[in-house]
Design a protein around this ligand. Structure first.
Ligand SMILES: N[C@@H](CCC(=O)N[C@@H](CS)C(=O)NCC(=O)O)C(=O)O
Length: 223
């Protein structure tokens, strides 16, 4: 039986997690959680799927996982060779640090610019906050561009969980002014454009699964 991955097409953490499973060659059944109606914040999702009230979540038989990092670490151990978290301890720690940076800093820019620029507050965007977020976004992209100079992936020649954790946020930056002009951040563009050509992106980006209600209706779920 395939693992069941609860995702939302609106959620970069979901894209990251489903990309991770595909990169590891793990087939899964996808269930769509309607975040627009806040289905993730109430029962039955919180009682039967994920008490954290967040997306993504995963069931693998009796194992239930409620964060993206838990899912990635679990799948990496289950899926055999070619891990996306390096075995070498310092390299592994570097990947974990990148994931943390993605979830804090790259997320901060993406999430808060979205709520300033794409769906602004009723009284309009806060200009000082937009300037802060743009400056932070440019600083992050400049650093990432330097890291990617002369290398295909963040850690070197091979894709790791660090690339997968960063991509959804960096990809989302195209909605803002952060990639203005044709020449800004050439190494980040090359890296991003190579990643979005991979099957792990094309087979998961904006792909909705079976509606949560349908899945729960045909299954008795216990915690
Ligand atoms: N640390 C969690 C974060 C997941 C997360 O924040 N997901 C967002 C959607 S992309 C969410 O569920 N937010 C709660 C909400 O919007 O109420 C993880 O890695 O799974």
């Amino acid at each position: 039986m395939h693992p069941i991955l609860f995702t939302s097409t609106r959620c970069p953490h979901s894209l990251k997690t489903s990309m991770f499973l595909t990169e590891r060659g793990v087939a899964f059944h996808r269930v769509e959680v309607d975040m627009k109606s806040k289905a993730h914040q109430r029962a039955p999702y919180t009682t039967q799927v994920n008490p954290n009230a967040t997306v993504p979540a995963m069931f693998d038989r009796e194992v239930k996982l409620g964060t993206a990092l838990d899912i990635m670490l679990y799948v990496d151990r289950r899926a055999g060779d070619r891990p996306l978290f390096p075995e070498d301890a310092p390299q592994r720690q570097a990947v974990l640090t990148w994931i943390d940076k993605a979830d804090r800093d790259f997320w901060d820019v993406s999430h808060h610019l979205y709520w300033q620029v794409i769906e602004p507050p009723a009284d309009g965007p806060d200009a000082a906050e937009v300037a802060r977020l743009n400056a932070k976004g440019h600083a992050l992209l400049a650093k990432l561009d330097a890291v990617l100079d002369g290398r295909a992936f963040v850690m070197g020649d091979a894709i790791t969980a660090a690339d997968i954790a960063l991509l959804p946020w960096v990809y989302g930056y195209k909605r803002f002014d952060l990639f203005a002009g044709e020449t800004a951040y050439p190494n980040v563009r090359r890296w991003r454009d190579a990643l979005i050509r991979r099957e792990s992106f094309t087979s998961n980006y904006k792909v909705a699964g079976e509606p949560l209600e349908d899945f729960l209706a045909r299954r008795v779920v216990t915690r």
